[in-house]
Design a protein around this ligand. Structure first.
Ligand SMILES: [Zn+2]
Length: 76
C-alpha cells in the first residue's frame, strides 16, 4: 500500500460522509477535489462518487450504497 493510497482512503471517508466536503488533493495538495455522483442504472440505490483534482488530475472513486433509512433527496 502506497502513501497515496492511504491518503485516498482518508479522503474517501470524508467524501463518503459528505459529498460537499472541501478536501484537499492528497497527491499534490494544490487544489480542492471536485466531487460528483454517477448513479448505477442497474441498481438505483447504489452510485459511484467520483473525485478528481483539477490541478494534477489525480482521480479516484467510491462505490456508495444508500442506507435503508436514508431519504434520497434531489433538488433537480
Ligand atoms: Zn492534485
Amino acid at each position: 500500500m502506497s502513501d497515496h493510497w492511504k491518503a485516498w482512503v482518508e479522503v474517501g471517508q470524508a467524501i463518503a460522509a459528505d459529498a460537499k466536503a472541501q478536501v484537499t488533493c492528497p497527491v499534490c495538495a494544490g487544489a480542492t477535489l471536485e466531487v460528483w455522483d454517477v448513479p448505477w442504472e442497474v441498481e438505483p440505490k447504489r452510485w459511484e462518487r467520483h473525485m478528481k483534482c483539477p490541478a494534477c488530475g489525480a482521480y479516484n472513486s467510491l462505490r456508495m450504497k444508500a442506507e435503508p433509512s436514508a431519504q434520497v433527496t434531489s433538488t433537480a
